[in-house]
Design a protein around this ligand. Structure first.
Ligand code: ZN
Length: 437
């Protein structure tokens, strides 16, 4: 037994994964705070996608400056490259990518299904080929949990089957049932192994919520010693509004509701996933090619069956208009590659609509990209310059475009949070402005 274990024996350990507090409601929209072991996340939140431990083109310090409080990492990609064991040995994803704030990883299921034509699904799991070198791999609920525990995100996802669209009812039911059995196996493995999270080695399966510095100094047998813990990571990692106590914490596993485009099956999936019991619930299997009106309908009907007091995560959406729409339905968390991927293709979201910066009409345009945006790009550069960078295939084009698009998405969510708070307390001083560079 480690020293840390003995030391921990002298105090009462309250093991919590995340805490979610709803602060205000306006209609179905709610705003709240999600407290994670790596800081606070204001909701509703848009989570930028950092597929390979990187939001393509944007350094971590700029993400912090933009106000990103939680990032998404893709288990499938990180499992293939650089490999879970490599990340685990380096202290987990937070330390590996020098990101002190919260991280969520997906289970790998979605990528296995979307990137692999040669996959084979059995009760046990999915056999698939790497899109990098064609090598054969196997994901099961257990191995997906093992991978996500090794990566060490604050929030991890149950292994599910993303049902294809369109699919007949029989197929959707069979897929939903498989996801439910996999959810039980995911939870069982997680409960038995969650103490193995890399931020936490030798510390009784728990870490101090919001207290990474204390944690590292008390973890006597920690593979990455306190000496190596970057101090700036600790200080930057402190939540902006202090987490109330240093209660002990670990990862949180969210369940995923499937059920295709069938209202009844969605309801059944929700109820039976809730029976298994998770601290948060995701709505999966949407944005898979169905019409947008149908996505909204399914989100709306599924939300009716999810616990009101727990976080609700809609996976893989959407445009700026859509994320507002879903937040207004009562969604707390969303992620999408759209703002970052579109930026790399010169498609920019602005308060005046979409702009394709590659167009020749911007070649002599001295105006900022978005006159209503306070981001560092709009404050400094002209459309003409951004158009030139893009047309010349300069790397800086991708960097600046991505920074603006992310800023626009984050501002959009902040506006939703403000309007909910204003609905409750008009003119309240608790409505904060995001600092502009
Ligand atoms: Zn901007």
């Amino acid at each position: 037994m480690s020293e840390a274990h003995r030391a921990a024996g002298s105090v009462t350990i309250l093991t919590v994964s995340i805490q979610f507090q709803i602060e205000a409601r306006s209609g179905r929209t709610r705003t709240g705070r999600l407290l994670t072991p790596h800081g606070e996340v204001e909701t509703p939140v848009f989570m930028p996608v950092g597929t390979l431990a990187s939001v393509k083109g944007v350094p971590q310090d700029i993400l912090e400056e933009l106000g990103v409080q939680i990032l998404l990492g893709n288990t499938y990609h990180l499992y293939l490259r650089p490999g879970v064991e490599q990340v685990r040995k380096l202290g987990g994803l937070h330390r590996f990518m020098a990101w002190p704030r919260a991280i969520l990883t997906d289970s790998g299921g979605f990528q296995v299904f979307s990137l692999n034509d040669l996959r084979r699904v059995t009760e046990e799991g999915v056999t698939f080929r790497s899109h990098l070198d064609g090598s054969s791999h196997f994901f099961s609920p257990e191995s997906a949990m093992e991978a996500q525990i090794g990566l060490g995100a604050d929030i991890i996802m149950a292994f599910d089957e993303c049902t294809e669209y369109p699919a007949d009812r029989e197929r959707v039911r069979a897929s939903m049932e498989l996801t439910l059995r996999w959810a039980e196996r995911s939870k069982k493995y997680f409960e038995e192994h969650k103490h193995e999270v890399p931020w936490n080695r030798g510390h009784v399966g728990t870490v101090a919520l919001g207290c990474p510095r204390e944690r590292s100094s008390s973890a006597g047998d920690h593979e990455v010693s306190a000496r190596q813990e970057p101090a700036e990571l600790c200080s930057a990692g402190q939540p902006r509004a202090a987490v109330s106590t240093c209660s002990e914490s670990t990862q949180a596993l969210f369940g995923i509701v499937q059920g295709g485009m069938d209202h009844q099956l969605r309801r059944e999936s929700a109820e039976r996933t809730i029976e298994i019991g998770f601290p948060g619930y995701a709505i999966g299997g949407l944005s898979v090619g169905e019409p947008r009106a149908l996505t909204r309908e399914i989100v709306e009907s599924t939300l009716e069956h999810l616990p009101a007091e727990q976080p609700r995560y809609l996976m893989g959406v959407g445009t700026p208009e859509e994320i507002v729409e879903y937040a207004n339905l009562g969604i707390d968390m969303m992620d999408c590659v759209l703002p970052t991927r579109a930026a790399r293709h010169g498609l920019l979201f602005t308060s005046e609509g979409k702009i394709s910066i590659k167009q020749a009409r911007y070649a002599g345009d001295a105006a900022p990209l978005d006159p209503n945006c306070g981001c560092r790009v709009c404050q400094r550069y002209s459309r003409a310059y951004l158009r030139h960078l893009y047309a010349s295939n300069e790397v800086l084009a991708q960097v600046l475009n991505t920074i603006h698009n992310l800023s626009f998405y984050l501002d959009t969510m902040q506006a939703v949070r403000h309007s909910v708070l204003l609905g409750k307390e008009t003119g309240s001083s608790c409505v904060r402005s995001r600092p502009k560079p």
